[in-house]
Design a protein around this ligand. Structure first.
Ligand SMILES: [Zn+2]
Ligand SMILES: [Zn+2]
Length: 450
């Protein structure tokens, strides 16, 4: 009977790879095991349709990015049945997948009164939800993410262990009973008693109040168009164009879109897309340019907010000065946004890795961050391990090792000590995850580059 040891490399953790292998193996009648090993996935399998399994592993589940599938000989017998085994330490050649938008099936769950996820903002599955922003270390398993603070309830555990569920081994699984919660705070940091913090936030926004909202990779400052001028005054940034979040019909009414723009807007990465306004003088409070940066709702919070909001457009600007790191913690938000935000809507899932919104223009990435980063590029630069950093005013870091370059999210202007510290922290984390030992550093050649 054909059998073998299969090693899959690439972005293969946090993408539902093990449940995918399990489902395929059961479908093909194979015996064996699958586990995360370092940053790779290792499969031991035996059965008449072994070759079909290998072929389907080369395709993988939707979020996976597969570099290689190697098959080698397997000594000894393979036990009966098929099992997902606990993760083990091993080679670190791959990387963590980025944070992606809530998928359509999870959105249906959120909108379904019969679902146990009805109205729950942190609903996710193996195909969607936070990843990079919650990870402490590899291999990607719940105990090494900030979801470790939320032990699974019986219902979530049942889905987590059910091979027929799309939340089988979904490390971010959570429900209103056991998962993270939202709370609303006033400008002085006092919690506001409310049954539904999102509905309350929508009402406050409709009343033209300014609300800081904790998202996937940091805080945004949100307000309706009528409050945008007041927000600029409070920020002391009168000329700064704001990125906005809106429903797609509103975006079509406001700006000219190509098919490439539409595809970027609706992609699972959900970047800010820079578009030409239909009327260059319209929406001047949002942007005094002929262009405007727009994005669609991409988290459960956004979708639930827009369900309740009477206004069609929200300013959704990062809660930081341009070039500075995005604010991620609630206490930091209270301090940094004093005098700016009237209210704070925050959840209790810790952001381990900051990640600002990405920006796309004309189909090209002009700021690489949430949804895309860490970005893994196959490229052969030889046997050396190389760290790349720069440019000074808009820095990020890239680590090259063993045929792959991994690029960090956008970091910012590293002339600011705070942003420089964030760059150093980002390099430290990515370097650890990749097991990097640098032979060379490539950097901005500007004589004053730090
Ligand atoms: Zn989903
Ligand atoms: Zn639960």
């Amino acid at each position: 009977m054909p059998q073998g040891l299969i090693t899959i490399r690439g972005v293969v953790q946090g993408v539902g790879f093990r449940p995918f292998v399990y489902a395929e193996a059961v479908r093909l009648g194979l015996r064996g095991t699958v586990k995360n090993l370092g940053s790779e996935v290792e499969v031991r399998a035996a059965g008449e349709r072994f070759d079909e399994l290998v072929a389907s592993l080369r395709r993988g589940p939707p979020l996976a990015r597969i570099d290689s599938v190697d098959v080698s000989a397997l000594d000894g017998p393979v036990p009966g049945g098929f099992a997902i085994l606990p993760s083990a330490e091993g080679a670190r050649t791959g990387l963590i997948p980025p944070d992606v938008a809530t998928c359509d099936r999870c959105l249906s769950d959120i909108e379904d009164p019969a679902s146990r996820y009805f109205g729950y903002w942190a609903t996710s599955c193996v195909d969607c939800g936070p990843r990079y922003s919650i990870i402490l270390d590899l291999p990607y398993d719940r105990p090494r993410t900030s979801m470790d603070a939320f032990p699974l309830c019986g219902g979530c555990r049942a889905e987590f262990t059910d091979p027929g569920s799309r939340r089988h081994h979904a490390q971010t699984i959570a429900c209103p009973g056991c998962g993270p919660h939202l709370a609303l705070y006033d400008a002085d940091g006092r919690a506001i008693r409310t049954e539904n913090p999102i509905a309350e936030t929508a009402a406050l926004l409709d009343q033209e109040r300014i609300v800081a909202i904790k998202g996937i990779g940091g805080f945004h400052i949100a307000c309706v168009e009528e409050a945008a001028v007041r927000l600029k005054e409070r920020l002391g940034r009168h000329e700064q164009p704001f990125a906005v979040m809106a429903r797609s019909d509103q975006i079509e009414a406001m700006a000219v879109l190509s098919d490439v723009d539409r595809a970027a807007l609706r992609s699972m990465e959900r970047p800010i897309v820079v578009l030409e306004k239909r009327d260059p003088t319209a929406h001047a409070a949002l942007s005094n340019l002929h262009t405007i940066g727009v994005m669609l709702p991409y988290t459960g919070i956004h979708h639930l907010l827009f369900e309740r909001l009477a206004h069609p457009i929200l300013v959704m600007t990062s809660a930081n000065s341009p070039g500075y790191p995005m604010v991620t913690g609630l206490d930091r938000a209270f301090a940094a946004l004093a005098g700016v935000a009237d209210f704070y809507l925050a959840h209790d899932r810790r952001i381990m890795n900051r990640c600002d919104d990405s920006v796309v223009r004309g189909g090209h990435l002009i700021r690489l961050s949430r949804g895309y980063a860490p970005l893994r590029t196959a490229i052969d630069l030889g046997p050396s391990c190389i760290l790349g950093v720069g440019p000074e005013l808009s820095a990020n870091a890239t680590i090259y090792r063993d045929g792959h370059a991994v690029t960090s999210p956008h970091v910012g202007n590293v002339r600011n000590p705070e942003t420089l510290a964030y760059l150093v922290e980002t390099i430290g984390k990515l370097g650890d995850w990749l097991g990097a030992r640098y032979d060379a550093v490539a950097h901005d050649l500007h004589p004053q580059f730090l």
